[in-house]
Design a protein around this ligand. Structure first.
Ligand code: C2E
Ligand code: MG
Ligand code: MG
Length: 695
């Protein structure tokens, strides 16, 4: 033993339930001049169990008798948990049976208390420690053997530390593309080929294992091959130590893990990138945005901004030119976006035709606006895909760090809201998010929730606007218009219908309107009832059945029912529309084309669809600067309708002057505030009672 070791105290765990015995043993230990002992006394079995588990000792002296239990039991348990520290059993009286049992259970020695003096005890401890070390070295050498025997694919190396000489196996060399004679036996042959970024870590790992701080060496690093390329390897090793723990050699293996490493890299890449465009995906974008928030928190001067982009009319392109074409376009757009931003910024595909850009280090809103402008310009140049040349525009919503966000989701939400605003404002635009937008969005959401309940709570109402025969002022029927009694507020159709359309609530609401209107018209004999159908309602597969059910339930005559649809349903789905209109016709239900003149107003499509009535939008009736031209259009529409044998109703008549003009043009019916606004049912009943006629 060297001097340094002797100066180290040996930590003794002394387990004895008899205090007098403990004092005796302690005195024997402290008497020793050769070794310094540090003693921890434990007097109960249970606490001894804990102490052994803690493993903070070098040798354990345990009394055979321990209250209910005994020292052998403790010994057995310690071995079961894998404790390899030497344990010496002591008894009060010599007993050869206990002696044998102790050895079998793995005791390092067996001592009889009265027969030991300080020297004997000290020597027993020293020998036990030596023996444990030898056993440990043996185990390590067995492990090393197992290591080297594993797979011929691994390269082997044995580093003789005393001579500073390394044996590299042929496989170790060929793994890196070298012949047997190419590589000598110095450690430098190895370390000079380790990737510079990994070199320090590898040296540290080796150093730690050499000093006994780690049970074995294990590290993944890159090695340079003979052709200059790098391969990933796993280096494992274990030191062979002398009895006093000083390492003499380290032996180990080198495994080529390049394929696995690349596969893992690919998987990680795939998890954070969009497969189509190879751009970062939403998850990675949110991660980077989270970091930008963190930076902004620490350095309030340097801001970030987020632009959310949505392609305008992408669905049309996708549907008309096919999904493959759509995919090519998305890839091309991604490419252009990448060109526009700086390398420190992030472009991501959030999904579908939605992209996002994170600008780091922006000073103020103008930076973001300038970027939006550049994106519009860059994407404004046509795309050539296959034999097609297409144009696409984007709507952009912008959120700025100045708002003081705490969560990345909130930034994205606001940029999204601003993007929808930009879309509504007419596409190919950008909008910067502001607080009022957020409030509007929150209100809308609340309204949606409330509207869902409005039906159950019986909060919906119908108002009825008279339709008047222009020749004699007689009321021929009514248009049912939905209203929502929300607390004290009466909400109009213009605020209900678009929201209901978007959320799908229009379907149950539409059913309610139809039944309510048909039930009502039963009380107003001889009157027509006009009911509006929005595009989503019109496209229901079982629409005809639904209407027939409602007619039957209410007992209403099909001929009193007029359905009003707008041109958009004809344009978007001409075939479905034609077949549906035919079926409704067969069911003797009459049809009006609503708001004519506001949409595509293709006069030729009129001939393809069997409408009974054409309703001219109020925009043509209002007398403003365009009055004369508008009037000419109304005259032309009137003439066309006569040729096609359709009736014409004008909407939004507000003055006597307008009524007279419409009469002059020979139009059939009119509707408008001049006669009456939409009225509650009770008022209509009164109107009918008075004769239902406007002079
Ligand atoms: P619409 O079918 O064109 O209905 C006529 C709209 O013009 C009504 O607005 C009516 O109040 C308004 N109006 C009538 N006369 C005048 C006038 O002289 N001057 C002006 N400025 N406006 C007049 P409302 O009730 O707000 O309805 C708006 C639209 O909502 C309707 O346009 C219709 O497309 C839709 N809608 C209303 N009720 C329902 C419904 O129950 N179901 C469906 N699907 N849509 C409905
Ligand atoms: Mg209408
Ligand atoms: Mg209308």
């Amino acid at each position: 033993m060297n001097a340094e070791r002797e100066s180290h105290a040996v930590r003794v765990l002394l387990v004895d339930d008899d205090e007098d015995d403990y004092v005796l043993t302690r005195d024997l230990l402290t008497e020793s001049r050769r070794t310094r002992f540090e003693i921890e006394w434990i007097s109960s079995f249970d606490r001894a169990v804990e102490a052994i588990r803690r493993n903070g000792f070098d040798v354990c002296l345990v009394d055979y008798r321990l209250g209910e239990s005994d020292g052998l039991e403790l010994l057995r348990r310690a071995r079961e948990w894998g404790c390899r520290k030497p344990i010496i059993v002591m008894t009060g009286h010599g007993d050869s049976e206990i002696d044998v049992a102790a050895m079998r259970a793995g005791a390092a020695d067996y001592l009889v208390k009265g027969q030991v003096d300080s020297q004997v005890l000290e020597r027993s401890i020293r020998y036990s420690l030596e023996q444990a070390r030898t056993l440990a070295a043996l185990r390590e050498s067995e492990e090393r053997y197992a290591l080297s025997a594993r797979g011929a694919n691994d390269g082997l190396w044995v580093w003789d530390l005393d001579r500073d000489h390394v044996y590299y196996s042929p496989r170790w060399k060929s793994m890196l593309g070298y012949e047997e004679g190419d590589i000598g036996s110095s450690p430098a042959e190895w370390f000079s080929r380790v990737h510079p970024d990994d070199a320090e870590l590898l040296q540290t790992a080796i150093g730690m294992h050499r000093d006994g701080l780690t049970p074995h060496l294990e590290m993944e690093h890159r090695m340079q091959c003979s052709d200059g390329s790098y391969r990933w390897v796993l280096t494992r090793g274990i030191a062979v130590r002398d009895a006093d723990g000083t390492p003499s050699r380290i032996a180990g293996s080198q495994t080529d893990i390049t394929e696995r490493k690349l596969a893992v890299e690919r998987l990680t890449h795939d998890a954070f990138h969009d497969a189509l465009t190879q751009l970062p995906n939403r998850a990675l974008f949110m991660d980077r945005l989270g970091r930008a928030l963190e930076v902004a928190r620490r350095h309030p001067r340097s801001g970030y901004s987020v632009l959310v982009l949505d392609l305008d009319r992408f669905k049309v392109i996708n549907d008309s030119l096919g999904h493959t074409f759509g995919d090519h376009l998305l890839v091309a757009v991604a490419e252009r976006l990448r060109e526009v931003v700086r390398s420190s910024d992030t472009v991501a595909r959030l999904g579908g035709d939605e992209f996002a850009v994170l600008l780091n280090d922006v000073r103020d809103a103008t930076d973001a606006l300038r970027m939006a402008q550049r994106i519009h310009e860059h994407l404004g140049v046509s795309f050539r895909i296959g034999e097609h040349e297409v144009f696409t525009t984007v709507s952009i919503g912008i959120a700025l760090s100045a708002t003081g966000y705490e969560r990345p989701e909130d930034v994205l939400r606001d940029a999204d809201i601003a993007m929808y605003r930009a879309k509504q404002a007419g596409k190919s635009r950008h909008e910067v998010f502001d607080k009022t937008m957020h409030e509007r969005a929150v209100n809308l959401l609340q309204m949606e929730t409330d509207l869902r309940r409005a039906l159950d709570r019986d909060e919906l109402r119908l108002h009825y606007q008279p339709i008047v025969d222009l020749r004699d002022g007689r009321v021929v029927g009514f248009e049912a218009l939905v209203r929502w009694q929300r607390g004290s507020e009466m909400i109009g159709a213009a605020d209900i219908v678009p929201l209901a359309e978007e959320t799908g609530l229009i379907l149950p609401i539409g059913q309610w309107v139809l039944r309510k209107a048909l039930a009502q018209v039963q009380h107003w004999r001889g009157m027509e009832m006009h009911v509006n159908l929005s595009p989503r309602q019109f496209l229901q597969a079982n629409l005809v059945q639904q209407i027939e059910d409602a007619l039957e339930e209410t007992g209403a005559d099909p001929q009193t029912l007029h359905l009003e649809v707008t041109e958009s349903v004809l344009i978007d789905n001409p075939h479905a529309a034609a077949s549906l209109l035919g079926k409704l016709r067969d069911a003797r239900i009459r049809l009006s084309l609503d708001d004519f003149g506001t949409g595509y107003s293709s006069l030729s499509t009129l001939q393809q669809f069997p409408f009974d009535t054409l309703k001219i939008d109020r925009g043509f009736v209002s007398v403003d600067g365009q009055g004369r031209r508008a009037l000419e259009i109304v005259r032309a529409i009137g003439n066309l309708a006569r040729i096609l044998r359709m009736d014409v109703t004008v909407e939004g008549v507000e003055s006597l002057e307008q009524v007279e003009k419409m009469r002059e043009l020979g139009l059939d019916y009119a509707q408008g505030y001049f006669f009456a606004p939409p009225l509650p049912a009770a008022d209509v009943t009164e109107l009918i009672a008075r004769g239902a006629r406007f002079a």
